[in-house]
Write a protein that binds this ligand. Structure first.
Ligand SMILES: Nc1ncnc2c1ncn2[C@@H]1O[C@H](COP(=O)(O)OP(=O)(O)O)[C@@H](O)[C@H]1O
Ligand SMILES: [Mg+2]
Length: 477
């Protein structure tokens, strides 16, 4: 077992009261008994629907080394014999542990926020920086009031790079999180309509994302998307926060980390970029212009944390598309295979556009068609209908031959589909399933995308379950 915390250090970090015989070493931090590893400290935090204290016995069974619990819950925990650290408030104790981890770390810290591409950029950073040092990064999309302190509390003392995803649904959410993380580099991937429900417009979203500058370490850098319409606003907000170094990545001629050339293939891209004084050519192992854009942020951040950019660029070749974020499958039908692009993890207008571009860049074989399978983009508030209808343009540009739609909001797109594009609309994913399973033909390229809550990942699962993976033959490049 690796030692993440000594028991003494953890007691000191939490400010809690030890109870029972604590193990000398703690291997990890857990808030979920389903993923808890033997030797972990289990923090019994209270979520929206569940209270970790109800899982105390499960944590002990799973082999927790110590449980961090609330003073007020002690009577209810009754006969529990496990070693404890007793604190007034467990989430606050997790935050304190996170701050202590940050305090003892010498790592170069990068924080990533933005309306889309946070996880993709974070994972690309994890992957690429691993070529030049040890990296600790957020699990999944652990980017909120518990995800950020949890990730921070898990930061190993001796690691070289820490990569943190920070998200938000409303103003004021990023500020306290970034103040814990204290990044050297703060990346904003892009500003787009996502969770618009809580905001009147994109400027307000930009304002909320700009809170990330408030936690930058002195001398730290704001790394912004130079091609984003709100670049200037964000740069101004960064300067107003006293950030001296504001740099941009993108295609714009004024970008500090500049994309000079980008060639898109079906399952990779090749980019040429100017990073500082060097021109870099890199193969990126996952497809899509948006992935190339994220890669530029990765190269910029790598250069800012003084990593060997050449090595980092080389590592991008082995990047893989994540599940639900552009991962490709070749599935067999009698008479030939078709390509499935799994974009089912999430959707907002920016990532829908990126995914449609990806579909457009995906070649189809003889007689094959491009099929876009699209579900609702959630949390767009009063702009929802308009934003769904406005997907008609990217659908047209993608060259989609057939569009399969489901979800109450997608009705707006169903009514606005461009002429010459065949469409089918169903109320929900479940009723769209038979239509989709029936529609695919050899040579097709099928792209599935919706917000998570709409459940289009089930459509992906259904295709994979029905049609066996084709082995031994690559997707057409
Ligand atoms: N730079 C980008 N621009 C637009 N869409 C993107 C970008 N990067 C990733 N995406 C797409 O957005 C969706 C969500 O990506 P993800 O990285 O999980 O974002 P987040 O963590 O911000 O929610 C995926 O479909 C992904 O392919
Ligand atoms: Mg995410």
């Amino acid at each position: 077992m690796n030692v993440l915390w000594t028991a003494d250090a953890l007691v000191e970090a939490t400010g809690g009261r030890p109870h029972g015989q604590l193990p000398a070493a703690i291997g990890g931090i857990s808030i979920d008994t389903r993923t808890l590893q033997p030797g972990d400290a289990f923090f019994a935090i209270k979520g929206e629907t569940m209270d970790g204290h109800d899982f105390a016995t499960a944590a002990v069974k799973a082999g927790a080394g110590v449980l961090v619990v609330a003073e007020g819950k002690l009577p209810a925990l009754g006969r529990l014999t496990a070693p404890l650290i007793v604190v007034p408030d467990v989430l606050a104790a997790l935050e304190k542990t996170g701050r202590a981890a940050r305090e003892r770390s010498r790592a170069k810290i990068v924080a990533v926020t933005g309306s889309a591409g946070k996880t993709s950029t974070k994972e690309a950073l994890r992957h690429a920086l691993s070529a030049v040092g040890t990296v600790h990064a957020s699990d999944k999309s652990f980017n909120n009031h518990w995800g950020v302190p949890l990730t921070l509390a898990r930061l190993p003392q001796d690691c070289d790079f820490g990569i943190f995803e920070i998200g938000m649904n409303h103003p004021g959410e990023i500020r306290p999180l970034v103040k814990m993380v204290r990044p050297h580099v703060a990346i904003i991937t892009l500003i787009a309509a996502a969770h618009l429900g809580h905001f009147r417009n994109l400027d307000e979203i930009a304002q909320a994302k700009a809170e990330i500058f408030e936690g930058l370490e002195p001398g730290g850098t704001a790394l912004l998307n130079r091609d984003d319409q709100r670049y200037k606003l964000l740069a101004r907000l960064a300067k107003a926060q006293g950030v001296k170094r504001v740099l941009g990545f993108g295609e714009d001629a004024r970008a500090d980390f500049r994309l000079l050339d980008c060639t898109l293939a079906a399952d990779s891209s090749t980019i040429r970029a100017r990073i500082g004084d060097t021109e870099i050519e890199a193969l990126i192992g996952a497809p899509g212009r948006h992935v190339a854009q994220n890669a530029l942020a990765v190269l910029g951040a790598a250069s800012l944390v003084t990593a060997d950019v050449g090595k980092v660029a080389e590592a991008l070749a082995s990047l893989e598309a994540e599940q639900g974020r552009g991962r490709r499958h070749r599935l067999a039908l009698p008479g030939g295979a078709f390509t499935l692009i799994d974009e089912s993890y999430n959707a907002n207008p920016a990532s829908m556009q990126a995914a449609m571009a990806l579909l457009g860049a995906t070649p189809v074989e003889d007689g094959g068609r491009r099929i876009a399978v699209l579900g609702d983009m959630l949390e767009l508030g009063s702009h929802s209908a308009k934003l769904h209808a406005s997907l008609a343009e990217p659908v047209k540009r993608s060259g989609a031959d057939l569009v399969l739609l489901a979800g109450p909001e997608m009705k707006a797109l169903a009514d606005a589909l461009p002429e010459g594009v065949a469409g089918e609309y169903r109320a929900d994913a479940e009723s769209l399933k038979p239509v989709l399973l029936d529609a695919v033909r050899p040579g097709d390229a099928v792209m599935v995308k919706s917000s998570k809550g709409i459940g289009f990942s089930k459509l992906v699962d259904a295709l994979i379950a029905r049609y066996p993976a084709q082995t031994g033959q690559q997707a057409p490049a």
